[in-house]
Design a protein around this ligand. Sequence first.
Ligand code: AHR
Length: 485
Amino acid sequence: MTNKIKIDPERTLGQIDRNIFGGFAEHLGRCIYGGLYEPDSPHADQNGLRTDVIQALKRLQMPVIRYPGGNFVSGYRWQDGVGPREERPARIDLAWHTIDTNHFGTNEFIQFCRALGTEPYIVVNCGDGDMREARDWVEYCNGTQSTALANLRRQHGFEEPHQVKYWGIGNEVDGPWQIGYKRPEEYARAFTEFAKVMKWVDPEIKILASASSSWKDTVERAQLLLEQAGELIDYMAIHWYVNNRDNDFAKFMTLSEFIEDRLSAYEGLIRALRYEGKLQRPIPIAVDEWNVWYRAYNDQQLEEHYNLEDALVIGMHFNAFIRHAHSVKMANIAQIVNVIAPIFTRPDGLFLQTIFYPFELYSQTCGDTALDVLWDSDTFSGGDYQAMRLLDVSATLDSRTNQLTVYVVNRSQDQALETDISLTEGQFGKGVQAMTVNGPDIKAHNSFETPDNVGTRTESFQAKGSSFTYTFEPHSVTALVFSAS
Ligand code: AHR
């Protein structure tokens, strides 16, 4: 088998929305308290925000961050988290069975977003909360007139509206673990009424509907929601987490099929409803929680320690999001600090987990247009799948600079794969930059003691003519960046 990747810059798949590089921060474990916000840390700024965390997050160039949950939001009262800190009530959090001081709330989150340079995406409580609380939250954040809630925000020190554009209604309402679980019809009805009044308060906002957390009857549930509430839905939000519970590397590497199946199923559903005239416009997909998660649950406050094989799975996710760029318009890795996250802190410092590096690689090099790249390679079998290509590939074009980037995950544990990279038209102009995320073995991980076991290496070389050969290292994620003339 000749391993090959052929690039035709004219075969495009769609515009890439940078919001696929989104994040998620929940009041859970040490994500907010001890992660983003830690007034006693030597790294805290005047608002108690961790400057070292913000610096690390800046490298990920996240355009949007979802907040405040997650399961947490289904029992959250936003009013508890605004105003003078000493007057804020501590509340029991029934989602994670802990107590929240409410020292961090809406305005602190906005301050964090502004310091990072990211858009806030707020989820309203559709668990035990009502539509009044939801519309009031929109008014508090975005109100421009002299109304009680806009004035309350001003009184709290925020004269200008926060202009929060993205709003979600409810979290994983299809799961029995959720405070205020809802049957499909109940959620479709609640969503409609919440969305209606929220948009009446601010017609500029974009609303995400909680379609499925992959619990059960996921497609049927989403169908009912789209049929009954489609007109008000700006994004259909779905969640998933993947794992390597069987400790079976080959099976873990076949997860690209799981991701393809999920995205294709929802794309197919939307097309079918459009075809039947039940949807007036295509609704984009937001995968607003995704990640590897299986080792650390409540007892460990979800503090997963990631290894290299997990980083490969992050690469496969971005390849899929790029290949489905025409439909996936937002994705939020869950989460951003400490809790199933790329960044891990203690009061005096942090280290970057393995999954940080592929995220950074894609986010920093991704173009604005997805390309329909042709590739083939040696194969492997794992789980229920046979003859899967060892290379998992996507490619993008930056239409402003003509820069091309090819992303390749080599899923072989021990084979370096020599590969022909060719252009169907044109010539490789200048040099090629190869950035590779790798480490000594698939179980390699980073820690405070060994922060650089897994990281990114960069090399440059010349490529002339219409093809060159590149050898992808075993268990690696590589971005080849070049321009064509
Ligand atoms: O991200 C951790 C949890 O996973 C979220 O709170 C919930 O939405 C999901 O089940």
